[in-house]
Write a protein that binds this ligand. Structure first.
Ligand SMILES: NC(=O)C1=CN([C@@H]2O[C@H](COP(=O)(O)OP(=O)(O)OC[C@H]3O[C@@H](n4cnc5c(N)ncnc54)[C@H](O)[C@@H]3O)[C@@H](O)[C@H]2O)C=CC1
Ligand SMILES: O=C([O-])CC(=O)C(=O)O
Length: 328
């Protein structure tokens, strides 16, 4: 062990993503193979026992990098001194629930968690929100952590990015590693826009290597509705792939993007590409020196513009809705 331990807090630790995520974090895949990890698992009181069971299993793996595991239902304890917070636990939509009800229920989770992060997290805290609606939940948490730089709050669109990589790789009969500069724009929802007009395969623009009808009528809807397709097939929402994307997101954030490539992440808009300032929207980003930076200067044609605008309009509506609920 060559480095000081990093404290990683996972909320919703007893859930299905939590179960797919925790063992990978404990094995060193989140930050790197030289960094020991202190795990904090936050759950609601009814699920603490199940989280304790997972903690027992983590012990039973004897992971060399796992320094300790603590389980709690107290957000202040969970985020005290935390370096990386993975906010996975959220209120799922249930029958008869309107969008506003969902936003309000999640406000009750992400507001106090933002406050607890503000009160006690480490100075270098990085937050990834996975729980849906991820972008707006991230916005709520960020709004309640005024002492933490806003850029430290991010929302996960890496799963969408990874889904898009594989759809394109399968279409062109190439490896996912042959694809560079793919982008997911906007909201982690069915309005998201997976962009192939800047993506490159073998150094050439991807959109020019596929039929326009495939791009518009198959690729975009397949990626955007993949979450629903998994639920239909599995009877439960994506779990291992979501956990994998969370690992990818944080690993990239800490360790950087490769030269000549970028990734996608929901980050606070600085007004780039006409996305209203302050919204947490997905952009093409590079990670350098432990920070995400929005890739600048891309030409956006009419086709892409309309799709980015539609998804960003949805994010603006969600922001207005949570403002109306007094959550911002
Ligand atoms: N951004 C993305 O790409 C994806 C996001 N998701 C979202 O991730 C979330 C979690 O999914 P699953 O693990 O499958 O759900 P799950 O229902 O299996 O687990 C959620 C866990 O969160 C816990 N929880 C609820 N409120 C909490 C609170 N205030 N503090 C701590 N824990 C709390 C629950 O007790 C439960 O154990 C859902 O909102 C889902 O929609 C899922 C897939 C992809
Ligand atoms: O669609 C869902 O409910 C889960 C999700 O966010 C995804 O799989 O992308």
């Amino acid at each position: 062990m060559t480095q000081a331990p990093v404290t990683v807090t996972v909320t919703g630790a007893a859930g299905q993503i939590g179960y797919a995520l925790l063992f990978r974090i404990a094995s060193g895949q989140l930050i790197g193979p030289d960094t020991p990890v202190k795990l904090r698992l936050l759950e609601i009181p009814q699920a603490v026992k199940a989280a304790e069971g997972t903690a027992m299993e983590l012990d039973d793996c004897a992971f060399p990098l796992l320094h300790s595991v603590e389980v709690t239902d107290d957000a202040r304890k969970a985020f005290d001194g935390t370096n990386v917070a993975l906010l996975v636990g959220a209120r799922p939509r249930t029958k008869g629930m309107e969008r506003g009800d969902l936003l309000e229920a999640n406000g009750g989770i992400f507001k106090p968690q933002g406050e607890a992060i503000n009160a006690g997290a480490a100075d270098d805290i990085r937050v990834l929100v996975v729980g849906n609606p991820a972008n707006t939940n991230a916005l709520i948490a960020q709004a309640h952590a005024p002492d933490v730089p806003a850029e430290r709050f991010t929302a996960m669109t890496r799963l969408d990015h990874n889904r898009a990589l594989t759809q394109l790789a399968q279409k062109l009969g190439v490896s996912v590693t042959d694809i560079k500069k793919l982008t997911i724009w906007g909201n982690h929802s069915a309005t998201q826009y997976p962009d192939l007009f800047h993506a490159e395969v073998g150094g050439k623009i991807a959109a020019e290597q596929v039929e326009q009808s495939w791009l518009a009528d198959e690729f975009i809807p397949t990626v955007a509705k993949r979450g629903a397709a998994i639920i239909e097939a599995r009877g439960a929402s994506s779990a291992a792939s979501a956990a994998n994307a969370a690992i990818d997101h944080v690993h990239t954030w800490v360790n950087g993007t490769p030269e000549g490539d970028w990734t996608s992440a929901g980050v606070v808009s600085d007004g780039s590409y006409g996305v209203p300032e302050g919204l947490i929207s997905s952009f093409p980003v590079v990670a350098r020196d432990g920070r995400f930076e929005i890739v600048q200067g891309l030409d956006i044609d009419e086709f892409s513009r309309a799709r980015i605008d539609a998804s960003v309009a949805e994010l603006s509506e969600e922001r207005e809705a949570v403002r109306g609920l007094g959550l911002l």
